[in-house]
Structure formats: C-alpha cells, structure tokens
Design a protein around this ligand. Sequence first.
Ligand code: GLV
Length: 319
Amino acid sequence: MKILVTYDMFREGFTELESKYEVTFPEGRDFTYEEVYEMIPEYDVLCSMFDFPVNKELIDHAPKLRLIANYAVGYNNIDVAYAIEKGLTVANTPDPVTAPTANIALGLLLDAARRITECDRKLRTLGKKMKVGVLENLGAPVTGQTLGIIGMGRIGKALAKRANAMGMEVIYHNRHQLYIEEETKLNVTYVTKEVLLAKADFVSLNAPYTPETYHIIGEEELRRMKRSAILINTARGPLVDEHALVKALREGEIRAAGLDVFEFGDYPLPELLELDNVVLTPHIGTQTLETRVIMAKAVCDNVIGFLEGDRPVSRVLRP
Ligand code: GLV
C-alpha cells in the first residue's frame, strides 16, 4: 500500500501511518502539481492539502487510487463529484479545524471592531504624530451588538457560542434551518439572508465554497449591509467579491472587514493593503503547532480507518 503526501508537514502526526505503510513526503517544500501527476499512478492513497488541485486529469492518471484524504475541513480543491463517480473515497478533517477557525474569526471580529491592528500600525509608523485621546480611534462595542453568521456548520456554531459569551445577539442563515432544540441551546435565531444583512452589526462567513456560495457577498449584499457593519471572512476567499469589497470599504458603505482568506489566492488585492479599515491575515485559521499535528493525526486516522476499518473515517459524501 503506497501513500503519497503532497505537502511538507511535521512528522509527529504521521508516526503511526509511517510505521505501517510506505509514505512518500516532499522534503522542505510541497510537491508541485506536475510532480504529483508524475508519481500518482503508483499510489493507492493521496493525502492532499486544501490548496492542492485534485482534478479530473489527476484522478484519471491514478489507476490505483482509492482514497483522497484532504488536510482540511474544506474540500473545494477536489473534484468530489468526479472522485465519487470513479469509486474513490474522499475524506476531510473537520474536528481539529473547528475551534481554531472560530477563534481566528473572533480575533478578526474584535480586532476590526476595536481597531487593534490599525492602532498598533499607526503607533509604529506615526509615533507621536498619531492622533490619540478619548475621542479618537473610536470602535464598535461588540457586546450588545448583533452577529449574523452565514453558514451554521461546526465553525459557525463554535463562533455563535463565543459570541454569546460576549453578550452578542446571534442570528444566522444556512441552507437548512437547525432543529429548534439546537437553536435554543445555541441561543441563535434563523433569518433570511436579506434580514441578516440588514440587521447584523457583524457578518461572519462560515460556509463552504461551492457554486452556490461564490460571491455570496457582492456589490448588492454590501449595499444591503449597515454602513456601520463589519464583514468577517475566515471561510474561502471567493465567497466575497473582493473588488466590490474594496469599493465598499473605501466609500464607507460598510465600516470595516477582517479577512483571513482572499479571492485571488494567497494574497489580498493590493488596494486592500492601502486601507486602514481592514484587518488582513494570510489564511492562518488553523495555524498553530498543535493544530498542525492534530490535523495530521486526523488525516492518518482517516487513512488507517479506511484501509483497516478500525476507526471512523470522516467521509465527504457529496460535493
Ligand atoms: C482550512 O482552510 C480548512 O479548510 O481546513
């Protein structure tokens, strides 16, 4: 049984897998698509990273492949429909991703609301020329305000709990409304997307990237939001029309934004770097040493569970 890992990763999470099977890793960098394409015909299992494209071409070049184990909760990098049609299993790692991503969403929310990074940057760059004083650098209070969560899966729910703890009201929009018991437990209220956009002081995107969620926040949605609203995106970049967001932030159509993901790859549009009312982080939602290792363990559990049937596999059942 041969296992190919596309990404450079701490080996700690992989010890059990390496003790049982032949595992190929890149050294000091990720494998390129071309390298993986060359190697894949020999492999039974592919462990891919969330930004590595597992497309039709690659799947068609992998006659032995049985499992694609993604290092991520998101799987928009994989042609899941085609993989399933070809009889492959696709797996992901939801559990270890939930809390760290909810934490980074909360961090961006607080930072954008209270202008933490902006103040830090101004102190460093302007020094004593920075305007300070009790009437300067006013932010949004957070407590007592309304958070609108679009996408009420595991991460949305984890964020709702955190927001509740801070005294926020939480409304949400999702493909399916939660059962009333769960809504009551989470203290959240289901609303339409239109109501959410009109009512929320903060809009957080926690939905997967699918054709339905592409540009779920575009020019029209930004116009519907309050002028005092703050947008948080820790899901996937293309959920937001980034050009429209630049315009909205520039023209004060919304107050601010906090982004951990960008529409066009690893970096934001250069125009965003010019704006003070946006906090930017480079997809660090799960970027802690501990999370890196437990995500690797979750990948290995999926692989070993699939091959040996001795533990549950987090299977992706549909695109
Ligand atoms: C990270 O972006 C993930 O999907 O786990």
